[in-house]
Design a protein around this ligand. Structure first.
Ligand code: ATP
Length: 443
């Protein structure tokens, strides 16, 4: 097969599978197959900008697909139909602002709910987006899993892009940066890699804790950081911990990360969780009663992704089953993810549950027997009493047949360790906790 049109048609069907739909529509579909001469295929794009973009991001894939289709090694050349100077100014802006970055359109400042837990990070993010490269550089946002770091870093990107449509804003996770670096090293494409990350105006890198233990990536990132920093370009980073807690992070990087501003995000308080859920329900165009919102917000406290997930699950369940969204439905839908809190547990409840689980008596737990069959359950009872009640060590010892507080402490530490290493102990503890939960929620 050496008819350029049919080669290209077949290549298109492969490329549509390999490239995301917007990418395919924007860059690939606008290509016209021009000529096939010797071992060279020429494709034409509408303008210089898309030629540069295609060469940077899609050329190797296009060549690979053509190789697959033709079983031959063709070199692909991309030709711009229009010289750059012929592109009307407004069209250039349109390309740059709409297609250049890879930001998630949902993560903007408008959709971000501000509360005490994230007020500082939000203010810092706004300051940076209003004065990129000048306010705080780098800005490092850190916080636990699912608390909105990615959302904020994208919001900065959108906001800068809106204000400066021609700015080159690049977002990547540190993991992606690393993968691309490895590919570049393998394929001898370092110049391209460096151009991609250094000829830009704003670099947004998510999850820098991924640098831990990766020497080569740290080195490359160090040079990228310096090149951008020295050119006054804005750098924004996120991490799930502060730089000094990232193991094996080189000092020179650590100190650079601390040059600008470090802003933390804490788990949201109840009011913020409610506000986030309300906003999300609104975005989903779902009518969710306040009591349902409050129920979900009170049950899921430390991860906004899970909080949103619980709401979406409730909305989806109601809609699929044609049922109204109410508290009862929410409780049913979420029963697997929401564990009733273990509250108001007494040491008697614990002794009872442990004895039942191990098929022994409460008297045996309190007694003097030292056989493994009794001693381990007794230690588990001490451990549970320490974790689930407010009783002091001497009081727990007293309840367990007048034992010394050091015995209780020793038992607690031993079981705590076994919980990590011994599956049967872990299972026993979880089962007993579930029993306590159930008897607690039934009472
Ligand atoms: N303040 C907020 N207002 C509205 N939505 C929020 C807020 N904080 C987080 N979210 C939402 O919660 C979800 C999780 O947030 P995000 O992905 O930004 O967390 P993260 O901190 O980057 O987590 P990870 O550590 O897993 O990368 C997203 O859907 C995000 O939109």
């Amino acid at each position: 097969m050496d008819d350029i049109k049919s080669i290209w048609e077949e290549a298109l069907s492969y490329l549509s599978l390999e490239i995301s739909r917007p990418g395919f529509e924007t860059w690939i579909k606008t290509l016209k197959p021009l000529t096939l001469e010797g071992s060279k295929i020429v494709l034409q794009t509408p303008n210089k900008f898309s030629k540069d973009w295609l060469e940077e991001y899609y050329l190797p894939l296009i060549e690979e697909v053509i190789r697959k289709v033709t079983q031959k090694d063709f070199k692909v050349e991309i030709l711009a139909e229009e010289k750059e100077e012929n592109i009307p100014e407004d069209k250039k802006v349109e390309y740059l602002s709409t297609s250049y970055n890879n930001l998630n359109p949902k993560y903007t400042f408008d959709t971000f709910v501000v509360g005490d837990s994230n007020r500082f990070a939000h203010a810092a993010a706004l300051a940076v987006s209003q004065n990129p490269g000048k306010a705080y550089n780098p800005l490092l946002i850190y916080g636990g899993v699912g608390l909105g770091k990615t959302h904020l870093i994208h919001a900065i990107g959108h906001s800068i892009q809106e204000k400066y449509p021609k700015a080159r804003v690049v977002y990547a996770s540190m993991e992606k940066f690393t993968v691309e670096l490895i590919d570049a090293i393998k394929e001898d494409g370092m110049t391209k890699f460096r151009n991609r990350y250094r000829n830009i105006d704003v670099l947004l890198i998510d999850d820098i804790q991924f640098l831990a233990g990766k020497e080569r990536t740290q080195e490359e990132f160090f040079y990228t950081f310096n090149a951008l920093y020295e050119a006054g370009k804005q750098i924004v980073l996120t991490s799930d911990r502060v730089p000094k807690e990232i193991p094996t992070l080189e000092d020179r990087l650590r100190s650079r990360f601390e040059w600008g501003l470090i802003a933390d995000i804490q788990p949201p308080d109840l009011e913020t969780r409610i506000a986030i859920l309300k906003k999300k329900a609104e975005a989903e165009k779902a009518k969710v009663p306040d009591e349902v919102i409050e129920f979900i917000a009170s049950q899921i406290q430390s991860n906004i992704r899970e909080l949103e997930g619980a709401l979406i699950r409730t909305i989806a369940f109601a809609s699929l089953n044609n049922m109204p969204i109410n508290l009862e439905l929410a409780k049913t839908v979420l029963k697997d993810i929401i564990q009733p809190q273990i509250k108001n547990i007494t040491i008697q409840n614990i002794l009872q549950a442990v004895a039942e689980y191990f098929n022994i008596t409460v008297e045996q737990l309190k007694g003097k027997g030292r056989s493994q069959e009794i001693a381990v359950p007794r230690q588990i009872a001490m451990y549970l009493a320490r974790t689930l009640t407010d009783l002091s060590l001497p009081k727990i010892g007293e309840e367990l047949g007048g034992r010394d507080h050091t015995t209780v402490l020793h038992a607690y530490e031993k079981i705590q360790e076994l919980y990590q290493t011994d599956l049967s102990i872990k299972k026993a503890i979880q089962d007993i906790q579930n029993r306590l939960r159930n008897s607690n929620s039934n009472s």
